[in-house]
Design a protein around this ligand. Structure first.
Ligand SMILES: Cc1ncc(C[n+]2csc(CCOP(=O)(O)OP(=O)(O)O)c2C)c(N)n1
Ligand code: SF4
Length: 278
């Protein structure tokens, strides 16, 4: 009899082909992978109905390890590929995994417009506040004043809040979690996948190698404690704690709205065009 983690490894991982993985020991990416698998398992979805697309970067390697339909696409373009797949076959559950650089720098335009259109996709954005894979250049989420390989004396740019950007751009479901609060993360990912329309989960994660090391944040365990101590729950009435300034951030569901998604609108307009032609 397999225990739960053996069952998940057996059922979902491409253990015969793709391991050992490329991530540094203690990286948060593995925790996100675990949460995604548990979320999908809890929804009892068939693996063949799931498409997992990623861009490039450490986080972009995530689909490589799982036995869904997977695509490792070009940098910043996970959502463009995901859009094409969803439009070609709306019955598929399409999930895009991106890094903060991938989603908000080179892919930033795709991200805001996917949210604006309310495409029925799930976007998981792993925010480690840096370009991990290419050596620690600052990204649009690197905090002001932080060190990066391209900001040796401190970053002079100001950071995007990914989740709040997604709310403003029109996503129907937006949440933020962390790789410390794993049970919450499992739940948020499941909620996002279940939700019709564009769903975004920003996952605050640790890159102790490229970000933590330069900013004296310690080993992975110390960075986990930092995530634990910086995260503030959104209050039951949906409002945020005022302490969300000064380095801390809110976790939980930021937006959960009902509105027509792009696939429905597209089907409706095609039907209308057909009727007018007759
Ligand atoms: C068009 C293009 N520009 C730049 C690169 C180089 N590149 C590869 S990964 C990466 C950064 C990835 O950072 P992020 O998306 O934050 O992911 P992480 O590695 O931190 O998970 C860059 C700039 C590329 N592969 N393609
Ligand atoms: S460089 Fe950072 S994000 Fe990439 S695998 Fe290592 S710890 Fe993870």
């Amino acid at each position: 009899m397999l225990n739960n983690s053996e069952k998940f490894s057996h059922d979902y991982l491409r253990h015969d082909k793709k391991f050992p993985h490329v991530w540094c020991p203690g990286c948060g990416n593995g925790i996100v992978l675990g949460s995604l698998i548990r979320a999908i398992d809890s929804l009892e979805m068939a693996k063949d109905d799931i498409v997992l697309a990623s861009g490039i970067g450490c986080s972009g390697r995530l689909p490589v390890y799982v036995d869904f339909n997977t695509l490792h696409t070009t940098h910043g373009r996970a959502l463009t590929f995901a859009t094409g797949i969803k439009l070609a076959n709306p019955s598929l559950n399409v999930i895009a995994v991106m890094g903060d650089g991938d989603a908000t720098a080179i892919g930033g335009n795709h991200f805001i417009h996917a949210a604006r259109r309310n495409l029925d996709l799930t976007a998981i954005i792993i925010n480690n506040q840096i370009y991990g894979m290419t050596g620690g250049q600052y990204s649009p989420t690197t905090p002001y004043g932080s060190k990066a390989s391209t900001a040796l004396y401190g970053n002079i740019e100001h950071a995007f809040s990914i989740a709040e950007l997604a709310v403003t751009a029109g996503a129907s479901f937006v949440a933020r979690g962390t790789v410390f609060h794993v049970k919450l993360l499992d739940k948020l990912i499941a909620q996002a996948i279940r939700k019709k329309g564009f769903s975004v989960i920003e996952v605050m994660s640790n890159c102790h190698v490229q970000y933590g090391r330069r900013n004296n944040m310690g080993d992975p365990v110390t960075m986990m404690k930092w995530l634990r101590d910086s995260a503030k729950n959104i209050k039951p009435d949906g409002s945020m704690d005022s302490e969300s300034e000064g380095g801390s951030f809110t976790i939980g569901v930021l937006a959960d709205l009902e509105k027509p998604d792009y696939i429905e609108e597209y089907a409706r307009i095609r039907q209308k065009a057909k009727e007018l032609k007759q």
